[in-house]
Design a protein around this ligand. Structure first.
Ligand code: GAR
Length: 316
């Protein structure tokens, strides 16, 4: 199975970067590190990465417009062939354009139990608030600071007499456990047939009057007592693919789609011209787009009385 390719962005010591890098040395780790980049040419972590034979890149952000600096980082990340970005103590606010380009494929580690204590001074804030536990979180990065979906957390008990520094050092140990595990889970689920099937199921069953049956061993979604509008193809006849099959208008659309992206779209065997196969296991599936495909496919097979009802509902 192909490994996810990770670019790690750091600004300082890079101990989380090192934790990710050492975890990636295990043969079963589902990711590999392809780049360690920094906005701080003096970052200690760059030396560690270079000594491990990892490509490094440093570009100070000083005297450069944020958008331009982010674009330079983005170019290097793409050039290194990265599929995902892991922020590990990257102390820069990212431009919206950068975040948008990596949405759903960029994670961050933060030293608090989010949503508590976003931003800086997290440990002192936890101590000052009289909290019993502090901790760390790995979350998806969205335009709003430290606010994307939390993917995993570890709680760390606050010990009487803890200073912010002592607590920070203990939380870091937890960070080093958490980040490699969550990153591995996250990149794996994007190609895990069971997880992909569950995602399709959720979107397909959200279509009106739809149900699920098994057809030729495939999870298959249709209108209750009516026609089928989607199949999940799971290693069908040993083709190794996990894909969504949906209705299209015919041979012309099928050829056009395959032509537009030969890796993603294919003609599903035994289904003819009226269907298209869309690979779900490439690691970058756009689920909003899959929802649109399913709605369109549902519409193509739904009886008039149902689509009319939907049209009327849509007017309100
Ligand atoms: C880590 O504690 C990380 O959680 C924190 O910076 C430190 C970097 O340490 N990140 C943030 O505060 C982001 N808001 P490291 O360079 O040794 O990994």
């Amino acid at each position: 199975m192909a490994k996810a390719k990770i670019a790690i962005l750091i600004s300082g010591a890079g101990t989380n970067m090192a934790a990710l890098l050492y975890a990636a040395k295990h043969p079963d780790c589902p990711y590999e590190i392809v780049l360690v980049a920094s906005n701080n040419p003096q970052a200690e972590g760059l030396k560690i990465a270079a000594a491990e034979g990892i490509e490094t890149f440093a570009q100070s952000h000083e005297h450069i417009d944020r958008a331009v600096h982010d674009a330079m980082m983005h170019d290097r990340i793409v050039h290194a062939g990265a599929t995902h970005v892991a922020l590990a103590g990257y102390m820069r606010i990212l431009s919206e354009a950068f975040v948008e380009k990596w949405e759903g494929r960029m994670l961050n580690i933060h030293p608090s139990l989010l949503p508590r204590y976003k931003g800086l001074n997290t440990h002192q804030s936890a101590i000052d608030a009289g909290d019993q536990v502090a901790g760390c979180s790995v979350h998806l990065v969205t335009a709003e600071l430290d606010s994307g979906s939390v993917l995993g957390q570890i709680e760390v008990a606050i010990v009487e007499g803890d200073t912010a520094d002592i607590l920070a050092a203990r939380v870091k140990m937890a960070e080093h456990q958490l980040y490699p595990r969550v990153l591995a889970e996250y990149v794996s689920r994007a190609i895990d047939p069971a997880w992909l099937t569950a995602k399709v199921r959720e979107l397909a069953l959200a279509q009106p009057e739809s149900d699920e049956v098994t057809s030729h061993g495939m999870p298959c979604f249709g209108i209750i007592g009516g026609k089928k509008f989607a199949y999940v193809s799971l290693d069908h006849h040993g083709d190794g693919k996990t894909a969504l099959l949906v209705k299209i208008s015919g041979a012309e659309e099928q050829a056009m789609l395959i032509d537009s992206d030969e890796e993603r779209y294919y003609r599903p065997a035994y289904f003819g011209d009226g269907w298209i196969g869309i690979r779900l296991d490439l690691g970058d599936t756009d689920w909003d787009h899959m929802g649109e495909w399913l709605a369109k496919s549902w519409r193509a097979v739904a009886p008039k009385k149902l689509t009319k009802l939907m049209d009327v509902a849509g007017e309100f």
